[in-house]
Every structure is written in C-alpha cells, then in structure tokens.
Write a protein that binds this ligand. Structure first.
Ligand code: ATP
Length: 243
C-alpha cells in the first residue's frame, strides 16, 4: 500500500507545482492520472519514484516512510518499482528477450552479471512474460529498434515483470501510439495489475482510455488533486474541473 500525505513541491523560485497532494492506493488498483498539460502529472510520478525531491509531505510504502534523500530507499524502489516512460529505455540493438532478461540484472550475483549467463528457468519465465504481453513470436526475431512503439512499450512492461516490480509508474506510456497499439498497452497493464496484484499509476492524456482501462481516476489541476473516484465516465462538470 502507498500512502502519500500533503506532498508539496515548490521550486526555488517560489512556484508551487504540487500542492498538498494526498492519497492511498492499494494492490490491484490501476490509477489513471489525468489532467491538463502542466498540471503536475510527471512531477507527481517522479516524486513518488524518488526521482525528484519534494518540499513537504510524506511517502509511506507498506508502513515505512521513505525519504527522497535516502540512498537505501532509492535502491529498494529501484528493485520493487518500475518507471515506464513515453519512450521506453530499451537496448535497441538487443532483441525483446534479452531486454526482458535485463530486468533481472540488479538481482543477479556478481559472477552472473559478469558472465551474462541465463538459467533455463529465467529463460522460461522471460518467455512467459513476453507471451503475456502478446509478443512471444517477436521474442528473438528482431532487435528492439525494429519493433513498433507499442511493441517496445510492451517489452518494457514484460521487463518490469521480470524485474519483479510490484509497482509500475507509467508516464504517458501510450503517447504517440495509434489507438489500437495504445489500447493493447493499457489492456496489458490492466490485466497484469489484476492478475499479479500490482499497483499501477499511469499518467494518461486520453481521458476516454483512462475511463475505459483504469479502475480509479485521479484528476490533477494546478498541482492539486481535485478528483479521486472509482473509474467511470466523467460528468461534464468533472471534466471542466480538470481539463
Ligand atoms: N524543474 C522545473 N523548473 C521549472 N518548472 C518546472 C520544473 N518541473 C516542472 N515545472 C513546471 O511545473 C508544471 C508541471 O509540470 P509537469 O511536467 O509535472 O506537468 P504534466 O502535467 O506532466 O504536463 P504534460 O502533460 O505536458 O507532460 C509545469 O508548468 C512545468 O513547466
């Protein structure tokens, strides 16, 4: 469970870009984070991934308060959390399977890191993750650079699973994708969230996709969380509050 209390980020120049954001999110929830451009979505995600510092507030994960200044906390998150960006940071020269293996890198003993050996069990598991995101037929065939944007994003999701991520933070992972590919990425995230009891928090530009795929909607406006409801079609009044 993630609890955030009164998270505030003020820039040195005095501009407040997140203001007293509070929420609690449980395993199995897929949160669609929506809001106009500049409302603070990326800032909120990178603060809770401990990639940006906040000015005031608390982040509590499974009962433990984490600090944006503590290196050990950052290491713990690097293992248990995955951050998906608009352009997934894959090794484009390697195939999908090898990219998925790389998700396990931080957990391997030093000799395995140096020799690059992969056990049969890891191989099977990586193929299983690729199957779950519908890419089993493209596991070995091509370098990742030849995959489409949506396929690359799904490889990044499979890699997050191989890493053992319990929380996936995604910053507009479907930006620039055609509607069909975008839909597949979000459906994969939703299915995995349910099956593996993950927490997924996903900033999304497309409100309809958020309404359709998320289980819960958060609306940000001017750095404030102004909407926190179970996912459904928003009323015009709710849309006016956030967009
Ligand atoms: N380091 C920074 N210095 C100055 N301004 C910043 C900084 N980081 C964020 N901002 C400002 O804070 C606001 C929120 O930015 P953020 O990127 O979080 O918004 P967003 O909702 O993700 O926008 P978009 O949908 O366009 O990606 C913006 O006005 C942005 O210009």
């Amino acid at each position: 469970m993630i609890i955030v209390r009164n998270l505030t980020r003020t820039l040195p120049e005095g501009q407040t870009i997140l203001s007293k954001v509070s929420f609690q999110v449980d395993k199995g929830e897929f949160v669609g984070l929506i809001g106009a451009s500049g409302s603070g979505k990326s800032t909120l995600l990178s603060c809770i991934a401990l990639q940006q510092r906040w000015t005031e507030g608390q982040l509590i994960v499974d009962g433990t308060e984490l600090s944006d200044k503590n290196v050990m906390d950052k290491l713990k998150l690097r293992k248990d959390w995955a951050y998906l960006e608009e352009r997934p940071a894959l090794n484009l020269k390697k195939n999908a399977l090898k990219n998925v293996f790389s998700g396990r890198f931080f957990q391997l003993p030093l000799w395995r890191k140096l020799t690059g050996t992969v056990s049969t069990e890891e191989h099977i598991r990586a193929m299983d993750y690729l199957e779950r995101v519908g890419l089993i037929d493209k596991a070995k065939m091509l370098p990742a650079e030849k995959l489409s944007g949506g396929e690359q994003q799904r490889v990044a999701i499979a890699r997050a699973l191989a890493q053992g991520a319990k929380v996936i933070l995604a910053d507009e992972p479907t930006k620039g994708l055609d509607p069909e590919s975008a839909g597949k990425v979000l459906q994969d995230l939703r299915a995995l969230c349910k099956d593996q009891d993950l927490i997924v928090i996903c900033a999304m530009q497309n409100l309809e996709m958020a309404e359709r795929n998320a289980t819960r909607l958060w609306g940000l406006s001017g750095g404030r969380l102004v909407l926190d409801i179970p996912a459904r079609k928003l009323t015009q009044r709710e849309k006016d509050m956030i967009l």
